[in-house]
Design a protein around this ligand. Structure first.
Ligand code: ZN
Ligand code: ZN
Length: 259
C-alpha cells in the first residue's frame, strides 16, 4: 500500500535534517504523494533568549514561509503543499510562540513534546526514566496543550520513555488516549522511530490506544530525502499497525491554529 499524505517533514533549516524544501517536494511527487506537509521545528521565543539547537531560527522563519509559499504556488498542479510546524507545548512560551507565527499564513501545528513541561527544566522526553512523576507531567502537559485546540495531531505521543511496565503506565496512558479520543486528535505512529529502532513507536502504548479506539496516522518524520517513499520502513509501520489491529487514516483534518 502506498502513502499519499504525510504531514511530518523537516528540512535543513532546523540544523539536524538535510534536504531543501524543493528536494522533498520533488521526491514526494516521485513517491506518489498527493500531499506533503512541512512541519519543521517551530522557532520558540524563550523569554530568556535561549536558542534550541534543533529548531528553525527565529530569523529564518520569514524565509521558511516565503520559500514554501512560493513552492506551493509553483507546484500547485502537481502536489498539495501544506505549511506547518512541529511544536512543543511549553506553557510559559505558548502565547509568545503563537504571536511570532501570527503574521504568517501557516496551515497547522503538530504536537511533538520533546521536553517534559518546559525545555528549561531539561528533562528530555525520550530519556529513560522510572519516575512516575515525570510520566504524569508529560501526560498533563500534552493534554493541556492539545486542549487549546491549536494542534492537528499528536506526533510520537509515546516519546515519553517511562521504563517500568506497570499499572501506572497503563493508567496514565489510558487517560491520555481517552482524552485524545474525546478531542478527536489522531495519534501518530512515527516511522522515523522504526529504523534504526528507537523506544518509539511503542507497542505497549499503541495496544492501549487501540483498545481505547483512537484514530491514528502514519508520520514519516522525514529528516533525510531517502525517508520519502521508503517502502521498507513504510511496510514496517504498516506491519506494526496491522499487528495491533490499527488502520491509520490516509489523511487528517487540518486544524488551522488561526481559526
Ligand atoms: Zn519530534
Ligand atoms: Zn519531527
Amino acid at each position: 500500500m502506498n502513502m499519499t499524505a504525510n504531514y511530518h517533514t523537516h528540512t535543513y533549516l532546523c540544523h539536524h535534517a538535510t534536504g531543501t524544501q524543493r528536494d522533498y517536494i520533488e521526491r514526494a511527487i516521485e513517491a506518489g504523494w498527493k500531499t506533503i506537509g512541512f512541519s519543521d521545528h517551530v522557532p520558540m521565543p524563550f523569554p530568556d533568549g535561549h536558542q534550541t539547537r534543533y529548531r528553525v531560527r527565529l530569523e529564518d522563519l520569514r524565509y521558511y514561509m516565503w520559500i514554501l509559499e512560493n513552492l506551493r504556488e509553483e507546484y500547485k498542479d502537481r502536489i498539495e503543499i501544506l505549511i506547518g510546524f512541529e511544536a512543543e507545548y511549553y506553557p510559559s512560551c505558548f502565547e509568545n510562540m503563537l504571536r511570532v507565527l501570527e503574521p504568517y499564513a501557516y496551515d497547522y501545528l503538530i504536537l511533538g513534546q520533546h521536553y517534559v513541561r518546559e525545555e528549561s527544566e531539561g528533562i528530555y522526553s525520550s530519556d529513560p526514566t522510572d519516575d512516575p512523576e515525570i510520566l504524569h507531567r508529560y501526560v498533563e502537559t500534552t493534554l493541556e496543550g492539545l486542549s487549546t485546540g491549536k494542534y492537528t495531531y499528536f506526533a510520537h505521543p509515546d516519546i515519553i520513555n517511562y521504563t517500568p511496565n506497570d499499572d501506572i503506565y497503563k493508567k496514565e496512558m489510558t487517560y491520555l488516549c481517552e482524552e485524545c479520543k474525546k478531542m478527536d486528535i489522531p495519534l501518530e505512529i512515527n516511522i522515523l522511530g522504526l529504523e534504526p529502532r528507537r523506544a518509539y513507536p511503542s507497542e505497549r502504548f499503541f495496544k492501549i490506544a487501540a483498545e481505547v479506539g483512537n484514530s491514528f496516522v502514519l508520520g514519516v518524520d522525514a529528516h533525510q530525502l531517502k525517508a520519502v517513499g521508503n517502502m521498507e520502513t513504510l511496510a514496517m509501520a504498516e506491519n506494526f499497525a496491522a499487528r495491533l489491529g490499527i488502520t491509520p487514516l490516509k489523511t487528517v483534518k487540518i486544524r488551522n491554529p488561526k481559526g
